[in-house]
Design a protein around this ligand. Sequence first.
Ligand SMILES: [Zn+2]
Length: 328
Amino acid sequence: MKFAVKILAVMIAIVLLPHYTMAESDTEEKELTDEEKQEMRMALYQKAEAISQIPWYYYAAIDQYERNIHDEYASESGIISITFPKNLWNGKTNPSENDQQHKAFIDLFNGIGADGNGDNIADRTDDEDIIQTMADWFSRRGHSKQDIKIAIWDFYNRELSVQTIMNTAKVYKSFKTLNLEEHAFPLPKGYNYSYRNTWGDPRGFGGRRIHEGTDIFANYGVPVRSTSYGVVEMKGWNRYGGWRIGIRDTHNIYHYYAHLNGYEDNIKVGQVVKPGDVIGYVGASGYGPKGTSGKFPPHLHYGMYKDTGETEHSFDPYPYLRRAEANE
Ligand SMILES: [Zn+2]
């Protein structure tokens, strides 16, 4: 019986689908500015909030996370980046891999794809359908912060993904805007400092490591500032880094500030920061047990690590520092 239903469904699909596969037009698209894209995104997030009673910034955060981990998105609009795997959208046993299917058809296979624009089609490439599907995903799991965390966990099965999205949501909530592209140089103007590109140099301490960052030499006590919007993810002693701080920004990048002399008073894990916020002070801590200092000249070690959604890797911060310095 179940099989017969599926056969019937497939036949219906064959009759109905060609129309939708033709739907992609070749009308000329004009490039949207980043601002226009952000406005359109915000409208979709707010629509999702209205449907689900889950705040817009969670949609913004998950969408931003997806923008950071994929090179290509299901949606071609450049607006929404959330990309549902085909077999999740259509249902594992769905015989069709088509991106545009009747909602009633994919329901037969427990696909999660939803129809957000009222055309009865769950279109995996349509922004409104995507955001509706995300709204359903959250709604099914509840409205508390813990429920939202579980919903994100169910989607990624990865702790760092959950943490990053929750933190990004916190940043959006704090600043109430999607426009968080501003950057700052870690040391303020008016202090003497120097740095050069030491990426990949061998390190003396801790075995065969290479230098994963840029050293900015300055005097003890020069303020160290956050270079980006983000959330303090890590704070405390580390054998190599001494007193260090790690800040995750909204681009899945972890900014690592090491060898500090001390922290700014109010800095704690979970705190939201913006570019230019003082987080600590230049020192020479590290290369030994807790409290070790003065084994090298005072400097800020600044590292950048990108999380791809699967692994984290360091990359050379030097060009970013030069650019931020030039824009100050
Ligand atoms: Zn260094």
